[in-house]
Design a binder for this molecule. Structure first.
Ligand code: HEC
Length: 154
């Protein structure tokens, strides 16, 4: 009898970590987290594009703040890889895409490089050199689109 009780208690230890993970909200809600990260990226980029289009060069110092924030936010990307089907907010472009962790990491890397250049261009922007900003924004956009083409269904 004692042995059975031991086995029962021991099995609880194996069950606990699983239930602890799902109750922390990182189980099926991960899709919602992914969407939140994407919205953060989208809104910083939108703010940057709006400032860049502003002929009067208003809030110029905020350009660098947004670019720095976008770069930090891009560092969140490698943590949003949904390695389990139930954690995916959407279907990937193709079923096999989600089995390509390395491919995803390459896209993350591309985004990190593009946002790093964006920070440099923003520093130039603050000094009144506007030209590098246009190309830097374009590269960031392309890095978003490139990942979406493979990993986003819509
Ligand atoms: C490494 C891959 C990757 C990169 C880079 C990436 N995304 Fe995404 N994005 C995804 C995936 C996968 C989805 C679909 C899942 C989802 O909706 O959360 C998505 C969805 C989105 C959505 C829709 C979110 C929703 O609530 O439906 C927006 C907006 C978005 N991305 C913006 C961006 C912007 C802006 C950038 C670039 C600054 C970017 N993404 C870079 C992978 C990426």
């Amino acid at each position: 009898m004692k042995r059975y009780r031991f086995a029962f208690v021991a099995s609880l230890f194996f069950l606990l970590p699983g239930s602890a993970i799902s109750s922390s909200g990182f189980g099926s809600d991960l899709g919602e987290y992914q969407s939140a990260v994407m919205s953060i990226l989208r809104l910083h980029l939108k703010a940057i594009e709006t400032l860049a289009a502003n002929q009067k060069h208003q809030y110029a110092e905020n350009m660098l703040r947004h670019a720095t924030a976008l770069r930090s936010s891009a560092q969140l990307l490698d943590h949003v890889y949904p390695d389990r089907p139930e954690n995916r907010a959407t279907q990937a472009g193709s079923e096999t895409s989600w089995n390509d962790r390395k491919g995803f990491d390459d896209q993350v890397e591309r985004s990190l490089k593009a946002t790093k250049e964006l920070v440099k261009a923003s520093e130039q922007w603050m000094k009144g050199h506007r030209e590098p900003m246009t190309g830097a924004i374009k590269s960031v956009r392309e890095s978003c689109d490139s990942c979406h083409k493979i990993f986003r269904a819509h």
